[in-house]
Structure formats: structure tokens, C-alpha cells
Design a protein. Structure first.
Length: 552
């Protein structure tokens, strides 16, 4: 079978063995998955082995050449795919070590994040526990709000914080919890001294409308706000130049009633200038805690509403009898005056009252009062203020002095935890001189017969029962025959119809101007008829009280 040149076939067999060895190595590579192995390589090696063996046993260079050519052709598409396919990135040993470190780092971060979330959950569970404790504690709601506020300040490393709750009946948002340093982001009253204690005390008892201020806008829009640079936000007002009034950064979060998407309050946090502003992390933490706070507040508020309803039902008969006894049964004849009144109260104990006190020959005192809240505590405050007025108006003191004295008496009473909006009008029929003073939200207007216009004559000041040192101002003018003095509580102009529209001061003023020649009693009756027509069958949301004093 072999010629004398048989040794020349040795390379053919060696080539076959090398091809077999390569096939074995490719198989190991494929099993260990250290690289990808194409089936083309196996097929090409099989062709080479067959070509070597067949040529050695059947001499002929033609078949061998064709088989080798076929092997080469098999590698062409494989090489084209590798040459023009997507480039592969190769990683060095050093890069592998760096990558391992980067992979390890997120594991640490994940562990930290998980620990952080667990801590937030634990703090949130504490809110729910406090909510259940509030059922048996008369100060439980305040304790819950203070705890939520303190926890949010601690977690976000804020310098101060406040929780404001929405009064859906009065369209106001009121500060209920306040702690730390909180530079007011709203315009301070012009007559408020820029002193830390006065500013913080004013804010502690502040009420804001649901518009034209950041608290009301967050409550109305229901959108959380992170404000790292207040000067770039037109909704924020800075009351400089005092250092304690300079603004840093703020977080404002709406608090909703879960399941109803109704905003019941606002959580506000502040950081002082010079401290790193709030970032996304603190914003996220605060939102997480706010979610737990909403669940806790829902539980506490639902139980509070239930118990208050039960208590009011029990107290209503006793308190309503006392309340009705305060209202003048029949107005006495008053020199040079014609009086008209209108009072419509919500169920239970009312918070509004008016009084007419013929003190002396030269003084007839008119009182309009709106005490915050309802229940026995508000009735107690109402009783105390009414009693003080009936004693003090007999003196020669001015209206502003009488309000200041009554305010000090209420602030000194530990059991009087409510405040009151009050208007006191002293009228001297011998000189037709009007002297008045107001505190809180009860305004006094004058229909000026000479101008044919309704003008506001009162000024805004703090309610009675807020700050012991508040001094109330006197306003005096001489009335003319045909002038009308109008005083009312906010429930009258804020009465809502079925479309959610308010009755408004403009509607009241139009009735008065159109009927200014009528007696005060007739004007009050026309206002009553107009309001009832405007409101229709809608439920009364707040007490409505009106006093019309016609100068004859």
C-alpha cells in the first residue's frame, strides 16, 4: 500500500491528529463555557481529518486539494461575522477588581436603605399607636400632632416645623402644632413687632385663607412642594431685615384623608439659612412619614368626630338653653336708633352671639361675638366675655380699653382655651358719636348716607384670648342721620349655595344700599330673605349673625 516515499504521508497523519486534538480542546471549551464555539469549527476539522486520512490511503492530490478548499470556504462566513459584527469589550484584571468593588458598594447602600426604611416604618407605627391612645385622652389629638411634627423635624434634620389643619366650614387653615425655628413665609401684619417671641406666638395661633399664601395653596392644590431657594418662589414672602426672619429652605406636604383624596392639613418643615437646603432624600423621608401620619390622623379624627357628636348631643339641651337666654328677647326703645337683627345657628351649641346694652344716657353698647369652636368650652368663653362687657361698659373707658381688659381676663383664665372674635360699638345718642374697637374676624361697616356707599371702618387685630398684652385700637366718627352701622359674623357672607358660591359682602352691601331708607329691622329681614333664597336647601355650615343699626 505504501511506496518508498511513504514517509511523505506522515505530515498528513500528523495534521489529522492535530485536528483531532483541536476538536477535543474545543469540546472542553464548550463544556466549561469559557468561550463560544461555533459548529462550523467542528465541521471544518472533520473535513480536514477526512481529507488527510483519505489522501493517505488513496493517493491523489486532487481530492485533497478540493477538501482543503472546502475547509477554507467554511471559515469565510464565520470570519466575516466576527469581522463586521458588534465589537466586544474586554475587561482587564484590574478592571475586574474595580468592577467587583463597585458591585459590592451597592450592596452596602441597599443595606443602608433597607435599615433607613425600617426605621421610618417603626416611626410610622408609633403614629398609629398614638392615634389609638388619643381615644382615652382629651389632649390625645394634640399629642399626636406634636409627635408627628417632632418626628418629621428629627428625621429630616429640620430647624422647625408646623402642622396646619383645614377647617372645611370656614375655608381656613389653622396652625395646630408648632415647634422650633420657623421663619414665616408669609407677610407679617403691619402692626406686629418684629420680635422672635411675638412673631412665633402670632404664628402659633395663626389662621390663613385657602388662597394667597403657601399653606392655603398647598392645601388647595394637594401637591407636595420642595422649595430649596425661597427667593426664587413668588409664593414665599421674606420679612427681612432681622436675621431670625431670613428664609432658608422649606418642605410643604399636604395631608390627605386616606381613601377620600381630601386634604385635611399641611405639614411644613423649614431649615435656616446657612444650613444645607433640603434635598430629595429629606423630601422622600418626609413624604413617607406623611403617609403614616395620614393613616393615624384618619383614625383619630374619625373617633374624635364620633365622640364629639355624642358629647354635643348630650350637651345640646343644657347649653342651648343657656345660649338662648343670652340673646335679647326684646330690644328696648333706643334713643335715635332703629335696630335690626338676624341670627341663624347651626345645630348644637352656637358660637355667635350679639348683645345690646343701654349702659348710660350717653352710651349704648352693641356687642357682636364669634367664639372659635363649639361645645361647653366655647360657651364658657362666651359667658365670661359677655359678663365682663356688661360690667365694664358702664364705666367711662373707651371701646379699645374695654376689649384690652376683657382680653387680659380671658388670657389669664387657664380653663378658657378658646379665642373669640369680638366687635364692641359704643354709641352716644346725645352727640351721634360712634366709638368702636374690634378683635379677630368680626368686621364693622358703615353705610355713609352722604356718599351712598358701604365703607369698612374697623381694622384687623388679634382675637381675644391669644396674646395677653395685645392693645386694641379705638376708632371714632360722628354719624349722620340715615347712616347705617353693620356688623356681622363671617358665616353670613360665606354662606354657600348649591354651586359652592359664597353669598359675599357684595350681596350684603347691595341689599343695604338698595334699601337704605328703610328702618334697620326691615333691612335685616330683607337680608335674611335674600340669604335663604341664595342658599336654598343647602345645609348651614356656620352660624350667621347680623346687626343693623340705623341712625335716625
Amino acid at each position: 500500500m505504501f511506496t518508498s516515499d511513504a514517509i511523505s504521508y506522515v505530515p498528513l497523519f500528523c495534521t489529522a491528529f492535530v485536528a483531532i486534538a483541536i476538536a477535543v480542546l474545543l469540546t472542553v471549551i464548550k463544556i466549561r463555557k469559557t468561550a463560544k464555539v461555533s459548529f462550523i469549527a467542528y465541521f471544518a476539522l472533520a473535513v480536514v481529518i477526512f481529507a488527510c486520512v483519505y489522501t493517505a490511503t488513496h493517493p491523489g492530490i486532487m481530492l485533497f486539494s478540493l477538501l482543503i478548499l472546502l475547509t477554507s470556504l467554511l471559515f469565510i462566513p464565520y470570519c466575516v461575522m466576527l469581522a463586521f459584527g458588534k465589537p466586544q469589550e474586554y475587561v482587564t484584571a484590574e478592571e475586574v477588581e474595580e468592577l467587583a468593588e463597585e458591585v459590592a458598594a451597592p450592596e452596602v447602600v441597599v443595606e443602608e436603605i433597607q435599615a433607613e426604611k425600617i426605621e421610618l416604618v417603626e416611626k410610622g407605627k408609633a403614629f398609629v399607636a398614638l392615634a389609638s391612645d388619643s381615644f382615652s385622652n382629651k389632649d390625645g389629638m394634640q399629642t399626636l400632632l406634636d409627635a408627628i411634627n417632632a418626628t418629621c423635624i428629627e428625621v429630616t434634620k429640620a430647624n422647625g416645623g408646623a402642622i396646619l389643619m383645614v377647617d372645611e366650614f370656614e375655608d381656613l387653615i389653622t396652625v395646630k402644632s408648632f415647634n422650633g425655628e420657623f421663619p414665616p413665609p408669609y407677610k407679617l401684619p403691619e402692626d406686629l413687632p418684629h420680635k422672635p417671641l411675638r412673631v412665633s406666638t402670632s404664628f402659633k395661633y395663626a389662621q390663613f385663607p385657602l388662597r394667597d399664601n403657601i399653606f392655603g395653596e398647598v392645601a388647595t392644590a394637594g401637591k407636595a412642594e420642595l422649595i430649596p431657594v425661597p427667593k426664587m418662589d413668588e409664593r414665599i414672602v421674606e420679612n427681612e431685615p432681622e436675621d431670625f426672619l431670613k428664609l432658608g429652605s422649606y418642605i410643604f406636604l399636604p395631608l390627605r384623608m386616606p381613601g377620600k383624596d381630601v386634604v385635611i392639613g399641611v405639614l411644613a418643615l423649614s431649615r435656616n439659612p446657612g444650613v444645607d437646603p433640603f434635598g430629595d432624600s429629606e423630601f422622600d423621608w418626609a413624604q413617607t412619614l406623611a403617609g403614616f401620619a395620614e393613616a393615624a390622623l384618619k383614625t383619630a379624627l374619625n373617633f374624635k368626630q364620633y365622640t364629639e357628636k355624642q358629647e354635643l348631643t348630650k350637651e345640646a339641651d343644657i347649653a342651648s338653653g343657656i345660649q338662648v337666654s343670652f340673646l335679647p328677647k326684646k330690644l328696648p326703645p333706643l334713643q335715635g336708633l332703629n335696630i335690626g337683627t338676624y341670627a341663624e345657628h347651626t345645630s348644637g351649641v352656637c358660637s355667635d352671639i350679639f348683645d345690646v346694652i343701654p349702659a348710660r344716657q350717653d352710651r349704648i353698647a352693641f356687642v357682636m361675638m364669634d367664639v372659635a369652636g363649639k361645645g361647653m368650652n366655647s360657651l364658657l368663653v362666651m359667658t365670661m366675655i359677655r359678663a365682663m362687657f356688661r360690667l365694664i361698659v358702664n364705666t367711662t373707658q373707651t371701646a379699645g380699653t374695654i376689649l384690652s381688659w376683657a382680653n387680659r381676663g380671658i388670657c389669664s383664665e387657664p380653663n378658657a382655651d378658646h379665642f373669640a372674635s369680638v366687635a364692641l360699638i359704643n354709641y352716644d345718642p346725645t352727640k351721634k358719636k360712634v366709638q368702636l374697637s374690634t378683635g379677630g374676624s368680626v368686621p364693622v361697616y358703615r353705610y355713609n348716607v352722604a356718599k351712598g356707599a358701604v365703607e369698612k371702618v374697623s381694622v384687623t387685630c388679634e382675637p381675644l384670648g391669644i396674646e395677653k398684652t395685645t392693645a386694641y385700637k379705638d376708632i371714632e366718627f360722628t354719624a349722620s342721620t340715615g347712616d347705617i352701622i353693620i356688623c356681622y359674623t363671617d358665616g353670613l357672607v360665606e354662606a354657600l349655595n348649591a354651586q359652592g358660591q359664597q353669598y359675599s359682602l357684595a350681596s350684603l352691601a347691595n341689599i343695604i344700599k338698595a334699601n337704605a331708607k328703610l328702618p334697620g329691622k326691615d333691612i335685616a329681614n330683607l337680608v335674611k330673605t335674600d340669604i335663604k333664597k341664595f342658599v336654598g336647601n343647602e345645609t348651614l355650615r356656620d352660624d350667621q349673625t347680623l346687626l343693623v343699626i340705623k341712625i335716625q
